[in-house]
Ligand binder design. Structure first.
Ligand code: ZN
Length: 212
């Protein structure tokens, strides 16, 4: 993946992806935010208070999440910026409050180092390990250093009592991975109380994403 060097084309891709996610119920109200890293190193993000179903104008920030132009960026811009600083190969970040992943983020009895077992091959390929970051109020910037440190080793994280964040080389890949995460969260909840047989450690390791 080469960097997004055409701001207008990248903006169009963000708007189309946001509408697709919203129209299929993957986030609701004014929740969720998407971004890409442009070739000049600045970030193009969905603005604060916008619905992914109707967003048209986008915000631009620097790599520290500081507002440059366009409408005010999402309050979670600092999270996107933390992922881009931690992962030079990442050119897109998607954050949703998707129902099943948000439900899993509220469970008390999960392993914070890896929230869900590798139930399917596609989850092992597109997400891999999923650490849980402890609860912070939305927009609380004290989450930033923890997110940046965790993102060095993980392209996907789950924010406790909140939702997932996924960084990938392209917006298509980030959206695909976060949808896989949501579907696996649904399976994980459906299977609670059942004896399950996830992939073995070796099977999952053989499919693990190398770098995104
Ligand atoms: Zn959020």
């Amino acid at each position: 993946m080469t960097a997004y060097d055409d701001m207008e084309a990248a903006g169009g891709l963000i708007v189309r992806t946001a509408r697709s996610l919203f129209s299929r119920g993957l986030t609701h109200g004014s929740t969720g935010n998407l971004s890409v890293r442009l070739a000049d190193g600045t970030l193009l993000l969905t603005p604060t208070g916008s619905s992914l179903g109707t967003v048209t104008e986008l915000s631009r920030t620097d790599i520290e999440g500081r507002h440059l132009d366009g409408p005010r960026p999402t309050k979670e811009a600092f999270l996107h910026a933390a992922f881009y600083r931690a992962r030079p190969s990442a050119h897109a970040v998607v954050h949703l409050h998707s129902t099943h992943a948000a439900a899993v983020s509220c469970l008390a009895d999960v392993d914070p180092a890896n929230v869900m077992p590798p139930l399917t091959a596609y989850y092992a390929m597109r997400v891999g390990k999923l650490p849980l970051l402890p609860y912070h109020a939305p927009g609380d910037p004290t989450l930033e250093p923890l997110a940046e440190t965790t993102a060095r080793d993980h392209h996907a994280v789950l924010l406790a009592n909140h939702g997932p964040v996924v960084a990938s080389a392209s917006l298509e890949q980030a959206a695909d991975a976060i949808e896989e995460l949501e579907e696996t969260a649904k399976l994980h909840l459906l299977l609670r109380g059942h004896t399950t047989r996830p992939l073995t450690t070796e099977q999952a390791a053989a499919l693990a994403p190398t770098s995104s």
